[in-house]
Write a protein that binds this ligand. Structure first.
Ligand code: SAM
Length: 474
């Protein structure tokens, strides 16, 4: 990894009305927004990786030991092959608090041990990847992003993370309320907001801010929340979050959910030091991350338990016509591509009769419900590849899946320079000579982290890194 010395950015002044609002209520906040942003990463527990010692800073206090840390400087992540292999995710420290909340709720029994979670506003996938690591292989995350281009980035990050327990959809929030009533144990709404918490590093957020825009954001958040509410089972948990400081989008909306939609704001014990309890009319309503109090950009979260109690609802299992079971000896052949004891138990062909997916039982149940509900499904489970004449042409996502069977094909471990050439989809004989690879398909790795496939045929090879993912500049 090389360090990023280019810290020049055009500054936009903080909006005067914002400074006036928070200047007296939050002394120290305005000054903190003119300081350098911290950089933090969260590690992928399924992928082996050690951050260079010179980069590793202190741990993020609201994460598990070894789960996440601050960096001593901001490197250029594009030049780190491990980043492309999904070994870690670059995420705001405050955003990781959603993971802290979910773990707590699972430990307290508020949320079942293998929950079905909807991450409604999910792109680019910071919270999705964190939630996917926490819910385990029998838990499920449906990661939705309404904006299609952003949903594609989300699907890419989900494949890199490689947990196999995520389904990526691209629907309007109304689709969930109407199409999957009482389906989810947990709904996370990380809402689009006025972005005051990003003022330190996002000059666009400063430029776009206005009191009117805050009002518009607050109203849109209420619409999104109303539209999705029905998808949460009675007794289920809503985690509402924003990256803004104002009460309209934060405390007032969290209180509105409880009062108008019907729920109870839940307190949490032992919230880590520095995180401030939000208040409204003397009541505690959620938690704030202020950059002058904690090492993080601005963030807000609240937890609401939906009134009532009911088990989560699974629509009657009509097998989806969009999925056909793989027949004959195919299942056994496909299973050989996965490590022993992998949670994938079901192999299904998509409607093109070629693309084959692997699903755990809970994932098959969820995907079936999504397909029967006519959701726009961009990715789910593990896309294994193309099933042609009873043989698998492995897809890139299989290489990145944590459960890929490393004994199924030879592995070619690359140096950093060779790995970057591979990720550029290059084939320079000097950096990436054919004799690095065995005949046939090879799993390409960097520091044991899988990056993709190469197929060697005699004295030449095909670099199978996806063209649309290749790195262009480094
Ligand atoms: N949760 C993401 C993460 O951790 O990486 C960040 C989500 S960002 C704060 C909010 C997301 O909501 C954006 O991806 C945005 O495209 C999406 N969004 C915008 N308008 C929306 C709407 N009307 N309904 C649902 N989502 C919307």
């Amino acid at each position: 990894m090389v360090s990023n010395n280019n810290t020049n950015k055009m500054q936009t002044a903080l909006p005067a009305a914002f400074v006036e609002q928070v200047g007296t209520t939050h002394p120290g906040l305005v000054e903190s927004l003119e300081t350098e942003s911290p950089v933090s990463v969260r590690f992928n527990p399924t992928k082996p990786y050690r951050l260079p010692a010179s980069l590793a800073g202190s741990p993020v206090p609201w994460c598990e030991a070894g789960e996440a840390c601050y960096l001593t400087e901001r490197p250029v992540f594009t030049t780190d092959p491990a980043f492309h292999g999904g070994a870690y995710y670059v995420q705001e420290a405050g955003s990781m608090f959603v993971g802290w909340l979910l773990r707590r709720l699972m430990a307290q029994g508020e949320v079942p041990a293998t929950p079905r979670v909807l991450d409604l506003c999910a792109a680019p996938g910071g919270k999705t990847t964190h939630l996917a690591s926490i819910v385990g292989t029998e838990g499920i995350v449906v990661a939705n992003e309404v904006i299609r281009t952003r949903a594609k980035t989300l699907a890419e990050n989900v494949q890199k993370w490689g947990t196999g327990n995520v389904a990526v959809t691209s629907n309007d929030p109304t689709a969930f309320g109407q199409g999957l009533p009482e389906f989810f144990d947990v709904v996370v709404v990380d809402a689009p907001c006025s972005g005051e918490g990003m003022f330190r590093k996002d000059m666009g957020a400063r430029a776009e801010w206005s009191p009117e825009n805050v009002q518009l954001c607050a109203a849109r958040q209420r619409r999104i929340l109303s539209d999705v509410w029905e998808a949460l089972r009675p007794g289920g948990i809503l985690i509402y979050s924003t990256c803004t400081f104002n009460a309209q989008e934060d405390e007032e909306n969290a209180a509105w959910i409880a009062e108008e939609l019907g729920g109870e704001l839940l307190p949490m014990e032992d919230v880590p030091a520095g995180i401030e309890v939000g208040t409204l009319h003397g009541n505690s309503v959620g938690w704030h991350f202020f950059p002058h109090r904690v090492q993080s950009e601005g963030f807000y979260a609240a937890v609401i338990r939906k009134n009532g109690s009911a088990p989560r609802h699974t629509p009657k299992a009509r097998p989806s016509r969009a999925l056909t079971p793989v027949r004959g000896q195919g299942e056994g052949r496909l299973a050989q591509w996965l490590a022993p004891n992998d949670p994938v138990e079901h192999y299904r062909l998509a409607s093109d009769e070629k693309t084959v997916y692997g699903f755990s039982s809970p994932m098959l149940e969820t995907v079936t419900a999504l397909l029967n509900g006519r959701f726009i499904l961009l990715y789910s489970g593990v896309q294994l590849g193309e099933w042609i004449r009873e043989s698998l042409k492995a897809s890139h996502s299989l290489a990145l899946y944590a459960g890929v069977n490393r004994s199924a094909v030879p592995t070619a471990e690359l140096t950093e320079a060779a790995a970057l050439e591979y990720l550029r989809k290059g084939s320079s004989a000097a950096l990436l000579p054919p004799d690095l690879f065995a005949e046939g398909l090879n799993l390409v790795t960097f520091q044991a982290i899988a990056l993709g496939w190469v197929k060697r045929i005699g004295g030449r090879y095909n670099n199978l890194y996806p063209s649309s993912w290749r790195i262009l500049h480094y």
